[in-house]
Ligand binder design. Structure first.
Ligand SMILES: [Zn+2]
Length: 343
């Protein structure tokens, strides 16, 4: 809870779309001894398809974190002791979803595909800024909540495919990690916010989140959360680089929605407030402005990849938009911009 209190800004619903400020964690190493040493285990090969070559993974969820995520109350004694860390994490996932075959298969497939670990958030009271105090409880995405797990799996695959397509066209490195993440599933009691929040390469996901109404909606929310994580990995890039732009827009417009409209990267509005990107009492405005900008990038580039036009490109708005857009494209997406030049 202390961690949350310090970093909050969580994603919420229509009234509170997305989430939290970027992590301040240093970027994970590009390789790790654990990942390099990991191999398939007897349990792994019997429980599902063969795991991917772990050596190729740039980062990983540690065994210690996986234990805490999957068994917050403690791992059953002598469970999952065999094999290396990779095999043991896989065993813990299998055990956590025991009795839910379909969900177990999805969780294992996510671990095998990108090293993602699906687990639980801790019970806590969250100080949610303009949202007030929110009680959160762990909620595994099984049974009536299983659809959320499917949406997260599909979203992660969708985003990975998107990043591959951008990489194929990049003139410099694409630096937008969506691997080896931990998903902390939870439910907000009597509330539909926040929908999600992110820190330290982990994303908390609310099965009651008002933004989580469909697969595509979840994909956009996750892309937004991924930005926060990567922003942290880039040493708070959003504050350093886009902060002056966001601050100047707010200094000019305040909370006046018509004034902010040309500058807002996303459509999401806070009920009784303004665009999520510029909502006050929601952490550093540069964080949310930039995460919404990254999501706009995703939406526009994906349309172009599908051969569709972009009717009102963000970069073709006020000059501040173009400046922020170019900075984002260069920092995270290898200079790739498939949207035609503005007329
Ligand atoms: Zn956010």
């Amino acid at each position: 809870m202390a961690l949350l209190a310090a970093t909050l800004g969580a994603c919420g619903g229509p009234e509170v779309p997305r989430d939290a400020p970027p992590s301040t964690a240093a970027p994970l190493p590009s390789s790790s001894p654990l990942a390099a040493n990991a191999t398939a285990s007897p349990l792994a090969s019997s429980a599902a398809q063969a795991p991917i070559a772990a050596a190729a993974r740039p980062a990983h969820v540690t065994l210690e974190r996986a234990r805490a995520l999957l068994f917050p109350e403690g791992v059953p004694s002598d469970a999952c002791q065999a094999g290396d860390d990779h095999a043991r994490v896989r065993c813990l996932i299998t055990l956590c979803f025991d009795g839910h075959a379909a969900e177990q298969s999805i969780a294992l497939s996510m671990f095998d595909a990108r090293g993602d670990v699906v687990g639980l958030e801790e019970t806590q009271d969250m100080e949610g800024g303009f949202r007030g105090l929110i009680h959160l409880v762990p909620e595994l995405p099984v049974g009536r909540y299983a659809k959320h797990l499917g949406w997260v799996r599909d979203s992660q695959a969708d985003i990975a495919g998107f990043l591959d397509a951008i990489r194929d066209r990049a003139t410099s490195g694409v630096r937008y990690r969506n691997e080896a993440l931990a998903f902390r599933f939870m439910r907000s009691v009597g509330r539909t916010t926040p929908s999600a929040y992110a820190m330290d390469w982990e994303i908390a996901y609310n099965v009651s989140g008002s933004l989580h109404s469909s697969g595509p909606a979840v994909t956009e929310t996750l892309f937004h959360e991924l930005f926060h994580l990567n922003d942290g990995g880039h040493h708070n890039w959003s504050r350093r680089v886009l902060g002056p732009i966001a601050d100047a827009i707010v200094a000019k417009c305040g909370a006046k929605t018509p004034c902010l409209a040309p500058y807002a990267p996303g459509k999401t509005m806070v009920r009784g407030g303004t665009f999520y990107a510029f909502q006050s009492n929601n952490g550093d405005i540069a964080h949310e402005y930039s995460a919404e900008l990254a999501t706009r990038y995703f939406i526009e580039q994906r349309a172009r990849l599908a051969g569709e036009p972009v009717s009102a490109p963000f970069k073709c708005g006020p000059k501040e938009n173009r400046e922020a857009w170019d900075a984002l494209v260069g920092e995270f997406f290898g200079g790739v911009d498939l949207v035609p030049a503005c007329r």
